[in-house]
Design a protein around this ligand. Structure first.
Ligand code: CUA
Length: 431
């Protein structure tokens, strides 16, 4: 069959081809048998003269049972084998080399944990021979479909979702990759190349990184602090703040308040960023985390996902840097109170919940806060002065402003007098 089917290099390819051939042969057999019988009967029992009368036949139970049961069994067997094959094709091996695939109109991008990246005209999916790889597939715009005929697997790239593909390539060489979902004018040009190489060659290739490209998780790490995720999520094992620790998430069983549970994969992490209140982990509160839907680009989302996924496997220096970055290098003592407050506002992640432009996030905006009258859920009120602001940072849940929930962690012990004074100065400056 080699001359009519593409090269095959994956573990499921033989299974796929065998099933395909079996279905083809079964179809050919029944086509010949049915059309052949039809032609034979048409000829054999044709009307020989105008007074030939067609006999009235009352039916035959045995015949009817046979032609109902036999095709049913054939179809059920094909479906069963098809299901088994499908399971094999979409089995996701969790602990294998992850490769992040991003599709857009009209190109593919392949990104490796080392930071190696290929895309566009030179898009190349390089994989080691005889080693399983896991592709995590995303789309920036419309539905595309990653189709590698040589491995006999096709997987859609769907915006807002991550899809997976796992395969093991068995033969070195180069094979074409197509987009198999019509996605616009240049759909047919949306091609890439699968290159299967020896393990040594792969390791050399994946670690040869031109300057300036960095692993996605490095950008993710930056976003982790820039967006203030760090205010509520630690990256240390079992250290839960307002939200769960990021360290423990990937691959772990998550139990939700509604009684359901799942094993955290990339998709779950993405969903938790976009729709944080869809599934709330037991022991945590809903409606505390804001949704990041529409606030981050596809690339930023993928960066955050890979940051969280790779926390345990990333080089230790990176993790340490994340944990201590905000206290290192920067000399708070040399700053003016205002600079210090401004710095702490993002370093401590206040920015995750408090805007500086008047918009309402999880907590009240800092703009115009100082000097304004605050009304509390219990009906009392005060004018926000320096000591009210300091008190709100140290004992945030003592008095809850009307319309907000008790979501803020206490900063008692994390900030000294000068830090507090700096934050007050910063808030004062936001008129
Ligand atoms: Cu992308 Cu068709």
């Amino acid at each position: 069959m080699d001359y009519i089917v593409p090269d095959k290099v994956s573990t499921v390819a033989d299974f796929f081809d065998d099933l395909n051939l079996a279905i083809f042969l079964a179809s050919a057999f029944f086509t010949v048998a049915i059309v052949g019988a039809m032609l034979y009967f048409a000829f054999r029992y044709r009307a020989k003269s105008s007074n030939d009368i067609t006999p009235r036949i009352e039916g035959n139970h045995l015949l009817e049972i046979v032609w109902t049961v036999v095709p049913t069994v054939v179809v059920v067997v094909i479906a069963w084998v098809g299901i088994v094959l499908r399971e094999k094709m979409f089995e996701v091996s969790p602990n294998v080399i992850p490769i992040y695939v991003t599709a857009w109109k009209w190109a593919w991008e392949f990104r490796y944990p080392t930071g190696k990246r290929t895309s566009g005209q030179n898009a190349e999916l390089v994989v080691p021979v005889n080693k399983p790889v896991k592709l995590v597939i995303a789309s920036k715009d419309v539905i595309h479909s990653l189709f590698i005929p040589a491995v006999r697997i096709k997987q859609d790239a769907v915006p807002g979702q991550l899809k997976y593909m796992t395969f093991t390539a068995l033969k070195t060489g180069e094979y074409p990759i197509f987009c198999a979902e019509y996605c616009g004018t240049r759909h047919s040009y949306m091609m890439a190349k699968l290159r299967v190489v020896s393990e040594e060659e792969f390791n050399t290739w994946v670690n040869t990184i031109p300057e300036k490209t960095m692993p996605k998780r490095i950008l993710g790490k930056k976003l982790y602090t820039d967006l203030g995720c760090n205010a509520c999520h630690s990256v240390e094992p079992s250290v839960n703040l307002v939200g769960p620790s990021f360290y423990d998430v990937f691959g772990a069983q998550r139990n939700f308040k509604d009684g359901t549970s799942l094993t955290a994969d990339e998709n779950y992490i993405l969903e938790s960023i976009l729709y944080p209140n869809k599934r709330v982990v037991q022991g945590f509160n809903e409606n505390v985390m804001p949704s990041y839907e529409g606030r981050l680009s596809q690339e930023e989302l993928m960066a955050l996902v890979s940051f969280i996924v790779e926390l345990k496997t990333a080089p230790k220096e990176e993790l340490v840097e994340v944990v201590f970055e905000k206290d290192e290098k920067i000399d708070l003592e040399k700053m003016t109170p205002l600079e210090r407050g401004k710095y702490l506002y993002s370093a401590k992640g206040c920015n995750a919940c408090h805007s500086v432009d008047g918009s309402q996030l999880v907590g009240p905006s800092f703009k115009g806060l100082h000097g304004a009258r605050r009304e509390f859920a219990d009906g009392s009120s005060v004018v926000a002065d320096d000591s009210y602001i300091k008190d709100s940072i140290l004992n945030p849940n003592a008095r809850i402003v009307k319309g907000f929930v008790a979501a803020m962690p206490s900063y008692q012990g994390q900030l000294n007098e000068d830090d507090l004074a700096g934050i007050v100065e910063f808030i004062k400056s936001l008129k």
